[in-house]
Ligand binder design. Structure first.
Ligand SMILES: Nc1ncnc2c1ncn2[C@@H]1O[C@H](COP(=O)(O)OP(=O)(O)OP(=O)(O)O)[C@@H](O)[C@H]1O
Ligand SMILES: [Mg+2]
Length: 591
């Protein structure tokens, strides 16, 4: 069965898990005083609860035989005061627990989100959105479980167990030794069931994640599925995953039940022995009836809670497996580190320089191999070359989404590694093939370029991007909702909104990555016009598949196997009859 093979693969990495557990707990440090109050109240609550068997003992041994009214009133009074204090303390304790866990969970989520931002571009290229999303939902749930359930329960259990053990030993040491074989038996058999149950529930959780991931994939690919009439296929995919999940859930239930049964049997086995020995002791006057009753009550708490505590800790260990991925992400260092005290350019001119730049994603596959280029402010440079030759990667280096493996990229003479990301990204405008529009108004989508832009500036930008006209024709003009749940725009319209964003942002350098290659001729013409007006006076680095669109560029760089094969103007390259000439002749399209 798949389930058993999977559980066998899990290797204990307790040392690492301990580190992870401390990381989870480290978020509590901001709420130290609340935690201390929670612990003190816990002590009070269990102190009172655990004194009740002693009270019963007193009642049986002293109050009952003497028929003493005064003592009865004392016992009742103590009980009433105890219950009132207990109820108040429990209410406050619950509130504290809620407060601590909710605040801590919020802190964890924010810190994970901040870490995702810090990791940036390269992280998103390596992990799917579905995976990251599930980290925030399913996997963060493991941390939630620890804070909302396991940790507070473990603390309460620990208090109870300690008090119960002390009491049991105090009442009758010899009799209390029965706990030893009971615990030994639980350790031999019960713990195994607890571990099986915990591992099964982990496996079932993994399965549920797979179901989630499948639903995400199927929803994302809905258009493809419908277009290819693959509804039956998608249904089968999902139902297979669901049935695996269902089987695992049933197995989990089985182990959980077994665990409960083993625990209860052990408690009863021990109680039986306590009764037999206890009755003999009472007969021989070695223990009073009251003491015996108190002993039984404490014994029940001690053995019952110890086994629950062991289960709790086992479950927490298993939760650690789920937290592994989140922890891995939290502990990851960003590939691109910002300088501590960055250099600052008063005014960015837009000069770019590549000095012997080498770059690779994986150490064995070089992508760029010794690029030397000098791009003056305001110059337009196009990069061409067949697919996979590193054109997009080169642009990523300019935005410092990655650092070169060797050599350096300089902006206005300063290496990018010495500038702040704010300054680099602030002076660069990126237009991708696909434009992402947020589920917001057109106006806000343009304002994304610069959050403090006025409405007037937004309209000006839209006009410059040849987008004003079509925006005015939308149902609510600039206030029309776009994005996934709003009005659908064509590829060319989206592009022009992206270009309007750039006008608002007003960067010195513009990077275009095949911005127009997905468009039909009419849209391309309009976008081209918009781009013409945007690029005026700005340094431009463009990756182009349609070679006719770059005829008037200042320089065309032909990349081949990660190196610059040729670099010149369109006409000069055509005359040279080299690789570029062959690309043009080969169908006017590279790639
Ligand atoms: N995030 C990544 N991780 C690992 N390898 C990558 C990554 N992105 C690109 N590559 C690899 O690096 C090489 C260069 O890719 P790049 O995207 O720069 O090529 P390109 O010239 O833009 O191609 P195209 O014309 O198809 O867009 C390719 O072999 C590609 O498989
Ligand atoms: Mg590319």
């Amino acid at each position: 069965m798949e389930f058993t093979t999977k559980t066998k693969q899990i290797k204990p990495r307790s040392k690492n898990h301990l580190k992870m557990y401390f990381w989870v707990l480290s978020f509590l440090r901001n709420y130290m005083w609340l935690v201390i109050a929670f612990l003190l109240l816990g002590l009070l609550i269990h102190g009172i609860t655990m004194s009740i068997p002693r009270l019963i003992q007193h009642f049986i041994d002293n109050t009952l035989p003497m028929k003493d009214k005064q003592s009865l009133i004392e016992v009742l009074g103590f009980l009433i005061i105890g219950v009132v204090v207990l109820l108040c303390a429990k209410a406050i304790n619950n509130m504290l627990q809620r407060l601590i866990s909710e605040r801590t969970l919020r802190d964890i989520q924010i810190s994970l989100f901040a870490q995702l931002r810090r990791l940036g571009f390269s992280y998103y290229e390596r992990h799917s959105t579905g995976e990251t999303l599930s980290m925030f939902t399913s996997e963060a749930q493991a941390i939630t479980n620890i804070y909302r359930h396991h940790l507070p329960q473990a603390i309460h259990l620990l208090f109870m167990v300690i008090i119960a053990f002390v009491m049991v030993f105090q009442i009758h040491f010899m009799l209390s030794l029965i706990i030893v074989p009971s615990l030994l038996l639980y350790y031999l058999f019960g713990a195994r069931f607890a571990k099986k149950a915990a591992l099964a529930s982990r496996s079932s959780h993994d399965s549920r994640m797979e179901v989630n991931q499948t639903i995400y994939n199927l929803l994302s690919g809905m258009q493809e599925i419908r277009a290819n009439h693959k509804q039956a296929w998608s249904f089968k995919q999902l139902s297979e995953k669901c049935s695996v999940w269902r089987t695992k859930a049933i197995i989990t239930m089985f182990w959980l039940q077994s665990r409960g049964t083993v625990r209860k049997s052990l408690v009863h086995f021990g109680l039986f022995a306590v009764f037999v020995i206890g009755i003999i002791l009472v007969k021989n006057d070695q223990i009073s009836v009251g003491e015996f009753v108190a002993f039984v009550l404490y014994y029940e708490v001690a053995i019952g809670r110890v086994t629950t505590l062991i289960t709790n800790l086992t479950e927490q260990r298993v939760l650690m497996y789920q937290i592994e991925r989140i922890y891995g992400m939290a502990a990851e260092t960003p590939e691109v580190e910002e300088p501590v005290s960055p250099a600052y350019l008063q005014k960015v001119k837009g000069e770019l320089e590549f000095r012997n730049v080498h770059f690779q994603y994986r150490s064995d596959v070089p992508v760029l191999r010794g690029i030397d280029l000098n791009i003056r402010p305001g110059e337009r440079v196009a990069f061409v070359g067949t697919s996979g030759n590193g054109k997009s990667s080169l642009l990523k280096l300019v935005g410092r989404f990655y650092d070169p493996a060797a050599g350096e990229v300089r902006l206005d003479g300063i290496p990018l590694t010495r500038l702040s990301n704010d300054q680099i990204r602030g002076s660069i405008g990126y237009v991708f093939q696909e434009t992402y529009l947020f589920g917001n108004s057109v106006k806000e989508n343009i304002r994304f370029g610069r959050p403090d832009a006025t409405d007037k500036e937004i309209v000006q930008a839209a006009k410059a991007a040849y987008a004003h006209e079509f925006i005015c024709e939308l149902p609510q003009g600039y206030d029309t909702l776009v994005g996934e749940r709003g009005v659908k725009l064509s590829g060319g319209q989206k592009q022009r909104i992206a270009i309007a964003r750039m006008f608002v942002k007003n960067p010195q350098i513009v990077l275009l990555d095949e911005a127009t290659s997905a468009l039909d001729n009419v849209s391309e013409y309009e976008v081209q016009k918009a781009l013409e007006s945007l690029l005026k006076g700005r340094t431009t680095l463009a990756v182009a598949h349609r070679l006719t669109t770059i005829m008037d560029y200042d320089m065309i760089v032909v990349l081949n196997q990660g190196q610059v094969e040729e670099a010149d103007t369109y006409n000069a390259l055509m005359e040279r009859k080299g690789l570029f000439y062959r690309l043009v002749e080969g169908g006017d399209r590279a790639g």
